[in-house]
Design a protein around this ligand. Structure first.
Ligand code: G5P
Ligand code: MG
Length: 218
């Protein structure tokens, strides 16, 4: 357990490995993982009002409107039993970053920098276990049994927004709207950037960095 509150954010373009690195952080540093994309997909599956509104933006590879996203995430954060968390995929615009800052402070912001051509290739091979958010890749980290989740044995699916044309729209949205979020956190002296093409090489660096900033575990 962590002895002092620690709140972190992981940023990076679609497919940069936020989910992959988050699952390793969560395991080693005992933070609660909150992925905005997983949260949205659960709302879409549950056909909630928010899910129905969000789905049209997600399908096109655009960003869900700020007010909807901010309400969803702040509400979810209030309901968490843990005070130590890792936000993955939020904030995605400067407006969202400001709305979060108005409610709660963060201690560290990790930014993954992975070239876009590497990303497009990766997303073609992504499979996921939608209920848990566990991600696989048919070439890089395949499930033990083809098409099935390692933990539950349930069927894996592909994300509709991983189609090549939607991936390009997501990368454009990232470039136009999400890149400025890194400047927001750089100005606050919270940003730590990691550049590379392989999560297995980025992860030891993230681990080393977090070990210097996360308060000792009791
Ligand atoms: P999401 O769900 O947040 P994205 O687009 O930000 O979606 P995504 O696609 O979930 O990010 P990731 O988490 O960064 O990517 O990457 P990942 O899943 O860990 O890895 C991608 C693939 O590469 C996997 O198959 C993995 O196994 C493989 N991989 C990882 N590392 C390596 C490696 O080293 N080598 C190889 N070969 N493979 C590797 O958001 C979805 C949508 O929801 C909305 C938007 O519409 C968005 O498009 N949304 C928001 N809208 C507004 N505001 C927000 N805050 C929003 N949040 C979500
Ligand atoms: Mg993800």
């Amino acid at each position: 357990m962590i002895s002092k509150v620690f709140r972190a954010i992981i940023l990076g373009p679609p497919g940069s490995g936020k989910g992959t690195i988050s699952s390793r952080i969560v395991k080693d540093f005992k933070l609660t993982h909150l992925s905005s994309g997983d949260l949205l997909r659960a709302q879409v599956r549950g056909k909630t009002d928010a899910g129905l509104k969000a789905s049209e933006y997600i399908e096109r590879g655009g960003l869900v409107p700020d007010h909807l996203m901010v309400d969803l995430i702040l509400n979810e954060l209030k309901g968490l039993s843990s005070v130590d968390w890792l936000l993955d995929g939020f904030p995605r615009t400067v407006e969202q970053a400001k709305a979060l800052a108005d409610e709660v402070g963060v201690d560290s912001v990790i930014n993954l920098k992975v070239p876009f051509d590497v990303i497009v290739k990766r997303l073609e091979g992504r499979w996921m276990h939608a209920p848990s958010g566990r991600v696989y890749n048919q070439d890089w980290n395949p499930p033990r049994e083809p098409g099935k989740d390692d933990v539950t044995g349930e069927l894996l699916t592909q994300r509709d927004d991983d189609k090549p044309e939607t991936v390009l729209a997501r990368l454009r949205a990232y470039q136009n709207l999400t890149s400025p979020v890194t400047d927001f956190y750089r100005d606050l002296d919270l940003l730590k950037e990691f550049t590379g093409t392989e999560s297995d090489k980025i992860w030891p660096e993230v681990h080393k960095y977090l070990s210097t900033v996360v308060p000792p575990k009791s």
